[in-house]
Design a protein around this ligand. Structure first.
Ligand code: HEM
Length: 499
């Protein structure tokens, strides 16, 4: 597939249609082209003032729009849209959306023009986790919450989490059986959920209750992405079995979080973590946060911080499993720097190849394949005018696999990140987003990923399971269709020894 259409500088690729109209379609607004055009583009001159009208993506059917290619393969669909140039229009039934491909336009939207955008459709649906949780809150409530929570995520603070992160994941890794088969995505989910819960909420439930929480978070995530892409919102309100399951899952998840909060209330002196911070917070009138707000916030952090890092770790070991030469380099680095020692903060800065592997996984398998925004006012992005109400999509996954920015984008090549090689422009590598809504857990995630990678590589080689077809699937994150790997002890004498 030729995916390349657009240069990182945002210029249209050879063969991409030339724009001539002025207004990108907002939901419910007719996308009018001057001269009574249909809104689709033919070759034409740019409108006066240098405004362009994004083309409609090919493959649209009457009534359903682009639902068919989307249903067939979400990730292939979103990547293919890059062929349409810097921005392209899609429709899902009556929903009209603008997909922004150009790194410069994405950057503009997330940074200098962020005040003219709300988080949009996907995050509306993610309110299933709590209506004002940090990742979905808007305006002043968002700002206040972000300022409140930020101290727990500062880079300097993260160094203090290293021991707790290591101690949380080490026992599970040490308990793997030599020759045993692992469901790697679930293993990683349990580990990253465990890290968030123990480091930020001082709670580390045993495997079975942890699995229950995991499944309920998964089920709510799946519902959110499905609902965001559903052509008709009404369907999510019907009393179907699926919708009832979502409500039940949400109840399970919030119930587990409520227990943690209750324990913190009962013994406040025993804790100094995110939950204590929320319990101690006072608003401008000196009032504590409402119980429901605390619940939403804790649930939001749990959801935002577990699945993302988990899939990155699963993909990292999948790639190492099929690239033995890279795996050997990782093992060499770990053996040289750590030897048989337990990882500490001091080691983390001395693992450049491990960090490059994490970076390359974040590029190739950026967990966010679909991020939304909605224009809250008429706004211009690049040379495209968006009417207030326009729904926008951008895709870290598609951006990071653009062959014009990353040659041979489907090849796992950690050396791309070597300081000797030319680096992509900073707007073109944004797995954590950018601007005021940028991931608050970026440093947390990178440290955690390095620790997990090092701990696994210190003890194990993870071999692909024969005959397994591992494909990326676009759910809330880009996750493997199925990923089982066989654990082979690197040092059989110590592999089974619990930490
Ligand atoms: C590899 C792991 C991760 C990736 C790739 C990732 C990615 C992202 C992205 C792309 C956003 C911004 C979405 C947008 O612009 O609309 C975001 C937001 C957020 N992330 Fe992460 N994330 C990761 C891990 C974490 C972790 C570990 C935590 C916390 C423990 C976390 C907490 C958050 C929060 C609270 C927000 C909302 C920030 C705001 O709206 O102000 N993330 N993340």
């Amino acid at each position: 597939m030729t995916e390349r259409t657009q240069h990182p500088t945002g210029g249209a690729a050879p063969g991409a249609p030339t724009a001539r109209s002025v207004r990108a379609g907002a939901s419910g607004t007719r996308a009018a082209a001057p001269g009574g055009g249909t809104g689709t583009l033919g070759a034409g001159a740019a409108a006066p003032g240098g405004t362009s009208f994004p083309p409609l993506a090919p493959g649209r059917l009457p009534l359903v729009g682009h639902v068919v290619p989307l249903l067939r393969d979400r990730l292939a669909f979103i990547r293919k849209l890059r062929e349409g140039g810097p921005a392209v229009r899609v429709t899902f039934g009556p929903k009209k959306m603008l997909v922004v491909n150009s790194p410069e336009m994405i950057h503009e939207m997330l940074t200098v023009k962020s005040g003219q955008f709300s988080k949009g459709l996907l995050f509306e649906k993610l309110k299933l986790f709590g209506k004002d949780a940090l990742p979905v809150a808007e305006g002043r409530p968002h700002l206040v919450r972000r300022r409140l929570m930020q101290p727990k995520f500062h880079r300097e603070k993260i160094g203090g989490y290293v021991t707790a992160m290591r101690d949380t994941v080490e026992p599970s890794i040490a308990a793997w059986r030599d020759g045993g088969t692992l469901d790697l995505k679930t293993e990683m989910q349990l580990m990253t959920q465990g890290v968030v819960m123990s480091v930020l909420f001082s709670s580390n439930p045993p495997r079975d209750p942890a699995l229950t929480i995991l499944h309920s978070v998964d089920s709510v995530f799946m519902a959110a992405i499905r609902r965001a892409l559903l052509p008709v919102a009404l369907l999510e309100r019907l009393p179907t079995r699926r919708n009832r399951m979502v409500r039940d899952s949400s109840g399970v998840m919030r119930g587990a979080v409520a227990e943690i909060i209750e324990e913190h209330r009962a013994r406040p002196e025993a804790y100094d973590d995110v939950v204590s911070l929320l319990l101690a917070a006072r608003d401008e009138e000196g009032q504590p946060l409402a119980e429901d707000d605390i619940l939403s916030e804790v649930t939001g952090i749990l959801a935002a911080g577990s699945e993302t890092t988990a899939v990155v770790m699963a993909w990292l070991f999948h790639e190492l499993g099929r690239n033995p030469a890279l795996e050997r380099r990782l093992h060499q680095e770990i053996d040289t720097v750590l030897g048989g020692d337990r990882i500490t903060l001091d080691h983390i800065g001395r693992l450049p190849f491990t960090r490059m592997c994490v970076h390359e996984t974040l590029r190739m398998y950026s967990p966010g394949w679909l991020v939304t925004r909605q224009a809250t006012a008429d706004v211009r992005l690049g040379d495209v005018e968006l009417a207030a109400g326009t729904d926008v999509i951008w895709s870290p996954y598609a951006l990071h696999r653009d062959p014009a920015i990353y040659p041979d984008p489907d090849r796992f090549d950690p050396d791309r990140w070597s300081p000797e090689r030319p680096q992509p422009p900073k707007e073109a590598f944004i797995p954590f987003g950018s601007g005021k809504r940028m991931c608050m857990g970026d440093a947390f995630a990178l440290t955690e990923a390095t620790i997990i990678a090092a701990l696994i590589a210190q003890r194990w080689r993870l071999r692909p399971r024969e005959g397994e077809d591992v494909r990326p699937v676009g759910e809330i994150t880009v996750h493997p269709s199925s990923l089982h790997m066989v654990a082979e002890a690197r040092w059989p004498a110590v592999a089974g020894r619990a930490a």
